[in-house]
Design a protein around this ligand. Structure first.
Ligand code: ASP
Ligand code: MG
Length: 401
C-alpha cells in the first residue's frame, strides 16, 4: 500500500518524540508499505514565530511572515529524516518547494493549486521514505507561502489525493474524534466511523482534531482518512463517505468554537446593495464570515450582526472603518462561543432544534444568534456558559449513553 502519514506538533514536540515517530514510521515501512510522511512544526513553535513577527508591527508584511513561519516545519522534517537515517532507513526531507506543492499567492492562508509529484514519486521508487514539511508551498513566482493554521493536515491530504494513496493517517495527541471534547465532558465517546460532512461540521470543535479544509479536500478526492494518536496503538476514527456508514445517529456530536468574534453593526441604511458592500470589503481581505443575522428593517434602518475568527478582528476593524460614519456603531465582541449540534440523521428527523433550545433555557443560557444547515444547528452564546452548554446538549441527546 501507499500510505501518507501526518504527524502533528505534539507528536513532533521534541527529539525523543521525533524518535518515537521514526519508530512508528519504520514499523509501517517494515510491514511493506511505501510511505510519505508529512510533519508539523514542534508544538508551540508556530505560535512563537508569529509572536516574533508581531513584536515589530500589528500587521507585519505577510510575505515575510511566511518566510518565518515555514521554517518550523523545515526543522522537524529534516530532523525526522536524520532520525530515520540513523536507524539505517533511507529517508529524505523536502520543503514545500522541494515537494512541488504549488499554491496561490495569498500569503499566510494560501490554497494548494496542484502538486507536481514527480520528485516524490521518483524518491519513492528509489525506496526512500519521503518526509515533507507540512503547512507550506510556493506560488507560481516561487515565493514561499503557508496554508493557514493547522495547514499541515491539508498538505497531507493533498499529497494523498494527488498520489492516489490507499490511506491517509493523521496522527495527533488524541486518539480519534469524540462526540464532544473529552476535556469538557468526560462522558464523551469515541466515534469509530463518521461521514465527511459531519466531520466538516465537527472540525471547528475545540479539540481541533482536523482542519476543515483538509476534510473538504479528502471528500473531494475520496481519500480515506484516519485520525489516531501517535502515543498509543489504539484504533482511531475513520472518516469516510456517508454511504459507508450503516448506523446513522440523529446527533453525532456537539462542537464548540471559542475562536469566533461577533461584529454588530447598528443602524445601517436599509437599501439594496448594502450587504454586498460590507461583505464585499471583508471578502476582498479573505476574511471568513460565518454566521450572519440581519434584523427586519425599521425606519429605513437595519442591524447586521455576523461572526468572524477572532484572529481577524484587527484587519476587519481596519477595512470596516470606512462605514463608521454611515452607521450608528460597529461593535466587536470576543466574549462569545459557538456551540453546534451535528448529525446526518437530522435530515430525516424533526424536533432536534427545539430540544436544544429547551435544554439551554432550563440552564438559563441566552442564545444570541442561531443558524442551521441540513445537518447542523449552531448557536452563539456568552463565552462563560460555553462548557455548561456543551455538557447540557451532550447529555440531552444521550451521547454519553
Ligand atoms: N505548524 C502549523 C500550525 O501550528 C501548521 C500545523 O501544525 O498544521 O498551525
Ligand atoms: Mg496542527
Amino acid at each position: 500500500m501507499l500510505i501518507v502519514q501526518k504527524y502533528g506538533g505534539t507528536s513532533m514536540g521534541d527529539c525523543e518524540r521525533i524518535e518515537n515517530v521514526a519508530n512508528r514510521v519504520l514499523q509501517t515501512k517494515k510491514a511493506g508499505h511505501s510511505l510519505v510522511v508529512v510533519v508539523s512544526a514542534m508544538n508551540g513553535q508556530t505560535d512563537m514565530l508569529i509572536n516574533y513577527t508581531k513584536f515589530f508591527s500589528k500587521l507585519p508584511n505577510e510575505r515575510e511572515v511566511d518566510m518565518v513561519l515555514s521554517s518550523g516545519e523545515r526543522i522537524t522534517s529534516a530532523l525526522l529524516a536524520i532520525a530515520l537515517e540513523a536507524k539505517g532507513q533511507k529517508a529524505i526531507s523536502l520543503s514545500g518547494r522541494g515537494a512541488g506543492i504549488i499554491t496561490d499567492s495569498i500569503h499566510t492562508k494560501a490554497r494548494i493549486e496542484y502538486i507536481d509529484t514527480r520528485k516524490i514519486i521518483e524518491l519513492l521508487e528509489e525506496d526512500y521514505i519521503v518526509v515533507v514539511a507540512g503547512f507550506q508551498g510556493i506560488d507560481n513566482k516561487g515565493e514561499v507561502t503557508t496554508l493557514g493554521r493547522g495547514g499541515s493536515d491539508l498538505s497531507a491530504v493533498a499529497i494523498a489525493g494527488t498520489l492516489k494513496a490507499d490511506l491517509c493517517e493523521i496522527y495527533t495527541d488524541v486518539d480519534g474524534v469524540y462526540t464532544t471534547d473529552p476535556r469538557i465532558d468526560k462522558n464523551a465517546k469515541k466515534i469509530h466511523k463518521i461521514s465527511y460532512d459531519e466531520m466538516l461540521e465537527l472540525a471547528s470543535m475545540g479539540a481541533k482534531v482536523l482542519l476543515n479544509r483538509s476534510v473538504e479536500l479528502a471528500k473531494k478526492w475520496d481519500v480515506a482518512l484516519i485520525t489516531r494518536s501517535s502515543f498509543t496503538q489504539v484504533e482511531g476514527t475513520l472518516i469516510t463517505k456517508e454511504e459507508n456508514i450503516m448506523e446513522k445517529p440523529i446527533v453525532s456530536g456537539i462542537a464548540l468554537d471559542k475562536n469566533q468574534a461577533r461584529v454588530s453593526i447598528a443602524d445601517v441604511d436599509d437599501r439594496p446593495g448594502i450587504a454586498a458592500e460590507i461583505f464585499g470589503v471583508l471578502a476582498d481581505k479573505n476574511i471568513n464570515v460565518d454566521m450572519i443575522v440581519q434584523t427586519i428593517g425599521r425606519d429605513g434602518m437595519t442591524d447586521i450582526d455576523f461572526t468572524i475568527p477572532q484572529t481577524e478582528v484587527d484587519i476587519s476593524k481596519k477595512v470596516l472603518e470606512k462605514f463608521q460614519n454611515s452607521v450608528d456603531s460597529i461593535d466587536y465582541d470576543c466574549n462569545i462561543a459557538k456551540v453546534s449540534i451535528v448529525g446526518v440523521g437530522m435530515k430525516s428527523h424533526s424536533g432536534v432544534a427545539s430540544t436544544a433550545f429547551k435544554a439551554l433555557a432550563k440552564e438559563n443560557i441566552n442564545i444570541m444568534m442561531i443558524s442551521t444547515s441540513e445537518i447542523k444547528i449552531s448557536m452563539i452564546i456568552n463565552l462563560k456558559y460555553a462548557e455548561l452548554a456543551v455538557r447540557t446538549l451532550h447529555s440531552v441527546y444521550e451521547l454519553d449513553k
